[in-house]
Design a binder for this molecule. Structure first.
Ligand code: C5P
Length: 235
């Protein structure tokens, strides 16, 4: 099943498979912060993220969102459709937090209405610089039509996930998505886990996401386990 290593990322490795239309994503027991500047081995993280992302992708698929997920091969490996990666990180923010709070000198937690959508150019070397829709189109990263589709899908995914997390007593503050092209369509790829979103407990406002690692606030595995348990409770 596992062929050649195609790409080794911060949280996942990607392998070729016997089928040229499919690739294997292997979730790693590794956490990074400061764009890879801080790197730690964390036993059990890969499995947790794979299980959480699988639950979330299956929920999105059930609700009409096309994704690359085909099947889970093990607790930390997913067989996915091979797509042409669009090198953009799409960030949606429902409430002020993180870099948005720092950039504009704003207090965390205030509602953003409508939600903010930001784009970052995926490049470790360049530190994922912010990019706008005009730049994306003019450089040729994506067409205007594709960007409209990405925007629309991001908003629909936000509505679906806000509802799902709300049932678990979690407030979806912000998140990052990635998209790929396949058969002339744009579909959701990569993962959705506490590594790439902010989830705050609705009652205590405690972070249940990677901020616990970034800020050395709590144990990452214990925190991610709580998220998985809450998700499993309602699925
Ligand atoms: O750091 P910032 O506030 O810009 O992050 C916004 C959201 O995007 C957070 O949920 C964060 O986890 C996610 N993100 C990510 N990958 C990045 C940058 C941000 O998943 N490279």
């Amino acid at each position: 099943m596992r062929g050649k290593l195609l790409y080794s990322g911060k949280a996942k490795d990607v392998y070729s498979t016997d089928n040229e239309d499919q690739i294997l994503m292997v979730y790693k027991d590794q956490a990074t912060a400061l764009n890879g500047g801080r790197k730690e081995h964390i036993e059990g993280k890969g499995t947790l993220n794979c299980r959480i992302s699988t639950l979330i992708f299956k929920y999105l698929i059930k609700n009409g969102i096309e994704t690359h997920l085909l099947e889970n091969v093990s607790d930390s490996e997913q067989l996915v459709k091979k797509t042409e990666l669009i090198p953009i990180e799409v960030v949606l923010r429902n409430k002020i937090a993180g870099s948005f709070a720092r950039k504009f000198g704003l207090e965390e937690g205030k509602q953003l209405n409508p939600p903010v959508i930001e784009y970052y150019f995926k490049s470790d070397e360049l530190d994922d610089p912010a990019i706008n829709t005009s730049q994306i189109e003019s450089i040729g990263i994506a067409t205007g039509e594709e960007l409209a589709s990405i925007n629309e899908k991001t908003l629909i995914i936000n509505d679906l996930l806000k509802k799902m997390f709300d049932l678990d007593g979690l407030d979806l503050i912000d998140f990052k998505l990635e998209f790929g092209r396949i058969d002339g369509k744009i579909i959701l790829i990569d993962e959705f886990s506490p590594d790439n979103c902010r989830l705050w407990d609705k009652k205590t406002h405690q972070s249940l996401d990677k901020d616990v690692f970034r800020k050395n606030e709590a144990d990452l595995v214990t925190t991610y386990k709580k998220v998985l348990e809450r998700l499993e409770g309602v699925q």
